[in-house]
Design a protein around this ligand. Structure first.
Ligand SMILES: Cc1cc2nc3c(=O)[nH]c(=O)nc-3n(C[C@H](O)[C@H](O)[C@H](O)COP(=O)(O)OP(=O)(O)OC[C@H]3O[C@@H](n4cnc5c(N)ncnc54)[C@H](O)[C@@H]3O)c2cc1C
Length: 438
């Protein structure tokens, strides 16, 4: 049992909630002089910004931590879970222990960068180094760049260089037999209850990830059809780090390059947000900030509730509201519909997704919303207006997905279309043209 005052190292878990193939944890365990003390902080700055005390994601994290703690118990260790502002938590811990070093995996979102800067400088005043590692992505922002050192803003050349670099990677697995030895700190902690974090139990159930090999093998043919189980649904695990991106990429690389390409999009948007943080609040292309959005609140509500009268849009929104996940093809259709057919600011849709998606990730959500709205770095051209009816015919030809989410679709109880399609399409093109030629 570790005692207060003892020399220790801290491993700070964030978006990497697993013991295997975890770069930061692996590196912390390499220094055998001091036991590693596993820590997770429920950051009250983040918790207090959530709109409801029924947040499936907080519940989900809590369940993952419980499972992680059980794994650590089997290794004679346990997880310390603190609730508070990270700087205050570290301030407290430094009075309890002699911390020799803190290790953590890098996080590239603007909020996280600022938080880590503050923690780093606090620790620095106490003579403690914060060590950071690349774990959440294959290549950290700045690793795949143009010859002149500037970041890529177009996906295709980014992905070419990404692949070239990937083939040269040594592919080390960051797992050590250290886990089997008893040198993780054993503090016999209990995890604070969800109620103590200020949240209530929801219907969400955490299940550890498993790699869907056959889905990955057939991905190229199946990924666009929302009625079938044709995508990996690993986004939630990538979000919380319950699966290693390196492990997944290694498997995908030998089986399906279309799937690898989706993982590259993830790295791509992560570096866009990092190098162009203005995208958090503004269009990547400034001209698009001049679009005169209609922002009709009643229409926005109908979009949110899945009652626009456009079946594929409504099915998607109902799937999102009920499960916290939506198929990618349908995400593209609903996003395009909101921005173009209804001329509602993409930021409204982005914010709505942020409250609902279990896999919510600022860079992927923002990048994809800007793509759909046409204002992003490598976006759909403004005159490309997805036709939700044609999309339904093509990707849900038997209306299987639509009927699953809208049982009343073929009855007179179903909503009439919120707007006439050709009129809406022309209105969108005119409005966009006016903004970007102005
Ligand atoms: C408007 C909109 C908003 C989105 N918001 C998010 C979000 O908040 N979080 C999120 O993880 N994805 C987001 N996506 C991307 C994509 O829809 C989801 O990653 C995907 O549907 C998750 O399901 P899956 O794990 O079965 O994906 P698969 O098709 O199995 O893909 C494998 C993995 O690749 C990554 N990926 C796939 N497509 C994309 C993409 N277009 N951009 C970035 N990464 C991708 C994801 O990590 C995904 O888990 C959004 C897409 C759109 C159009």
């Amino acid at each position: 049992m570790q005692k207060e005052g003892q020399d220790i190292q801290v491993f700070w878990f964030r978006r990497d909630l697993r013991l295997t193939d975890n770069v930061g944890l692996y590196n912390a365990l390499q220094d055998k002089r001091y036991p590693v003390f596993p820590l997770f902080i429920f950051d009250t700055d983040i918790l207090s910004s959530l709109p409801s005390t029924y947040d499936k994601r907080v519940d989900y994290i809590h369940q993952i931590l419980t499972s992680l703690n059980q794994e650590l118990h089997q290794l004679g260790s346990s997880l310390m879970v603190e609730i508070g502002k990270p700087t205050e938590v570290f301030e407290k811990l430094t009075t309890q222990f002699t911390i020799k070093a803190v290790h953590t995996n890098s996080d590239y979102e603007p909020y996280a960068i600022q938080r880590d800067k503050e923690v780093r400088s606090l620790l620095h005043t106490k003579g403690i180094t914060l060590h950071t590692y690349t774990d959440q992505v294959i290549f950290a922002p700045g690793e795949v760049i143009k010859v002149d050192g500037s970041p890529y803003t177009i996906f295709t050349p980014f992905s070419k260089i990404w692949l070239r670099k990937y083939e040269q990677l040594p592919h080390q697995e960051y797992t050590t037999d250290a886990y089997k030895k008893n040198w993780l700190s054993t503090l016999a902690q209990e995890i604070p209850s969800l109620a103590k974090c200020g949240f209530k139990k929801t219907s969400i159930q955490y299940t550890p990830p498993s790699i869907p090999y056959s889905i990955i093998d057939n991905y190229t043919d199946t990924r666009n059809f929302p009625a079938i189980n044709g995508t990996s649904t690993l986004s939630i695990h990538l979000r919380f780090g319950t699966i290693s991106i390196r492990q997944l990429a290694r498997i995908a690389f030998t089986r399906n390059h279309t799937y690898v390409s989706e993982l590259i999009w993830r790295d791509f948007f992560m570096q866009i947000l990092y190098f162009f943080p203005h995208v958090q609040t503004n269009a990547f292309k400034p001209k698009y900030d001049a679009i005169e959005w209609r922002n009709d609140t009643a229409e926005f509500s109908r979009w949110c509730n899945g009652t626009t009268g456009y079946p594929l849009v409504d099915a998607g929104m109902r799937q999102l509201n009920e499960t916290g996940w939506m198929h990618n093809r349908v995400r593209m259709v609903v996003a395009s519909f909101l921005c173009k057919h209804l001329l509602v600011d993409w930021r409204w849709g982005e914010a709505y997704f942020a409250t609902k998606l279990m896999d919510y990730d600022l860079s992927a959500n923002n990048g994809n919303w800007q793509w759909a709205a046409g204002c992003g770095c490598d976006a759909a051209p403004y005159f490309r207006v997805f036709n939700p009816t044609e999309q339904a015919k093509k990707f849900d030809s038997n209306s299987e997905y639509i009927r699953q989410w809208i049982p009343e679709v073929d009855t007179n109880k179903y909503a009439t279309p919120i707007v006439e399609r050709t009129f809406a399409r022309n209105r969108a093109i005119e409005t966009y043209k006016k903004a970007i030629s102005g």
